[in-house]
Design a protein around this ligand. Structure first.
Ligand SMILES: [Zn+2]
Ligand SMILES: [Zn+2]
Length: 162
């Protein structure tokens, strides 16, 4: 599959490569990516102002369709339209994880910045992070739910705006 890869640190160093399709592990779903968002973080990866660990596929805002379901996964089926949270490999035991904030766990490895991301055709994600989307939401709209959630969290929970 084709992928947009940050090849090494330094400005730009982004190239299109042919890479292996990821395998779907037992607790994961494999997602066929249908739409992506371009985040400010991606620009900072381009300018090398963001701490990445290349080589890796960049991009983290996305939506898609389930292409494969791991054998331990329940509640998901091939063909369902989905998005995903990004807190892959959060530890589950630190103060942030224990208080329902695995997205700021210091151990998490987020797609597109620490592990392979979504500027490609397929990504494997832990099923526990995946959410189905309803039919009235387009793939393009769904791809930016993650940044929209950050805005909602910042405005509604961290400020006094009501
Ligand atoms: Zn982003
Ligand atoms: Zn943690």
């Amino acid at each position: 599959m084709k992928a947009v890869v940050k090849v090494k640190r330094g400005k730009n160093n982004i190239e299109i490569y042919e890479v292996e399709k990821p395998l779907c592990q037992d607790n994961e779903v494999l997602i066929n990516i249908k739409a992506i968002g371009v985040c400010g973080t991606d620009y900072h990866i381009y300018t090398d102002e963001y701490d990445t660990v290349p080589p890796l596929i960049i991009g983290h805002e996305f939506s898609g369709v389930i292409a494969e379901v791991g054998k331990n996964v329940k509640g998901f089926n091939v063909g369902e339209r989905v998005i995903s949270e990004l807190s892959v490999q959060s530890c589950g035991v630190c103060r942030y994880c224990k208080t329902g904030n695995p997205q700021i766990c210091l151990d998490k490895k987020a797609p597109g910045t620490h592990i392979n991301g979504v500027y490609t055709e397929y990504i494997n994600m832990p099923a526990a992070l995946v959410h189905k989307i309803s039919d009235n939401i387009s793939f393009e709209e769904a791809a930016v739910i993650e940044p929209a959630a950050i805005v909602a969290h910042s405005l509604l929970q961290r400020t006094k705006i009501e």
